[in-house]
Design a protein around this ligand. Structure first.
Ligand SMILES: Cc1cc2nc3c(=O)[nH]c(=O)nc-3n(C[C@H](O)[C@H](O)[C@H](O)COP(=O)(O)OP(=O)(O)OC[C@H]3O[C@@H](n4cnc5c(N)ncnc54)[C@H](O)[C@@H]3O)c2cc1C
Length: 290
């Protein structure tokens, strides 16, 4: 079954409560982590499998992933990194267990798969509308076909920080894009600044905020981190050409609104200013990159 609606969620909850056997969650991204936590809170044993060496690998670095993993483990969730399912075996038409790429065999009442979102845009095949992972749009939500627009989860929009076009699947983005696209279709001259990654979640009591580019690979970026090991706090800021372009905040997410604004507006700043505003009281390290 696919989980999309409230009724789907209720059915999963019912199934969880009806079994006393372990449950395997595949995928250590946001939805996988939330699902694992919800199942664990109902007293079931959960094993979470993530094929990458880090949780929520597209945005978390090793330090952040470790802090979250610690919280999940303390909550009783078994976390396996660098492992994926190679086999699901069944009995009498039901899931009985799984075998992982690391050779482990695990008993499982059922398997929950949360390995990412893919827009359902097959209906556009052969229409002439250009698609990639999503529907490709320009700064005004226009596709390559005149008078055809796209917005929200289905659209692949410009990310000014990475310079790439990306599908962003969250509510705030869909609402912002929908409002702007509607306005532009009706003749307004509103400006769309592009999408930036922006997400805040709490996993087993560990608060995490991700903004913009958190894992820079390009040259010319400076990474500043602030840590308080005892309190489980880790704050990472990414700076490029005197502009804040990313932030990864774990354990203490204060200032996230200001940081988001600064990233979206592309205001000039300095490492000294950022450190004094956002990293005070922490053990600071600085890594020029490239
Ligand atoms: C289980 C789950 C949990 C989520 N949790 C969060 C969260 O905690 N925070 C958050 O920010 N976001 C969350 N999201 C994401 C958020 O729901 C989406 O980003 C948002 O709904 C996107 O809005 P949208 O209008 O682009 O697409 P949708 O809400 O998916 O709406 C698209 C609509 O178009 C219809 N449709 C599809 N194809 C066609 C077609 N060919 N013709 C006509 N109609 C069609 C669909 O039936 C649907 O009603 C979650 C999503 C899911 C599935």
């Amino acid at each position: 079954m696919t989980v999309r609606t409230w009724d789907d969620a209720r059915r999963v909850t019912r199934e969880v409560l009806e079994t006393d056997r372990p449950i395997v969650v595949v995928g250590g991204g946001v939805l996988g982590l939330i699902l694992a936590e919800g199942i664990r809170q109902r007293g079931r044993h959960v094993a979470l499998l993530e094929r990458e060496p880090r949780l929520w690998a597209p945005v978390l670095d090793e330090v952040a992933s470790d802090l979250i993993r610690r919280g999940l483990t303390q909550a009783g969730i078994e976390v396996l990194l660098g492992e994926e399912i190679v086999e699901v075996h069944g009995q009498s038409g039901r899931v009985a267990g799984v075998r992982t790429s690391g050779g482990q065999r695990m008993d499982a009442a059922f398997v929950v798969i949360a390995i990412g979102v893919r827009p359902d845009i097959g209906f556009l095949d052969g229409s002439g509308v250009r698609t990639d992972r999503g529907i490709l749009i320009d700064h005004e939500f226009r596709t390559n076909v005149p008078e055809v627009f796209a917005a929200g989860d289905a659209a692949q929009a410009y990310d000014p920080i990475s310079g790439q076009f990306r599908v962003v699947t969250n509510w705030n983005n869909a609402v912002e894009q929908g409002k702007l696209a509607g306005g532009i279709m009706a003749g307004s001259s509103d400006v769309y600044r592009g999408v930036i990654v922006s997400n805040s979640e709490t996993f087993s009591g560990v608060r995490v905020t991700v903004l913009g580019l958190t894992l820079p690979t390009s040259e010319g970026t400076i990474i500043m981190t602030g840590r308080d090991q005892a309190r489980g706090i880790y704050r990472k800021l990414v700076l490029r050409q005197d502009k804040l372009i990313g932030a990864l905040l774990v354990g203490n997410t204060s200032g996230e609104g200001m940081m988001r604004k600064q990233i979206v507006e592309g205001k000039s700043t300095s490492g000294t200013e950022l450190k004094s505003r956002f990293l005070t009281g922490l053990v600071i390290e600085e890594f020029p990159r490239g």
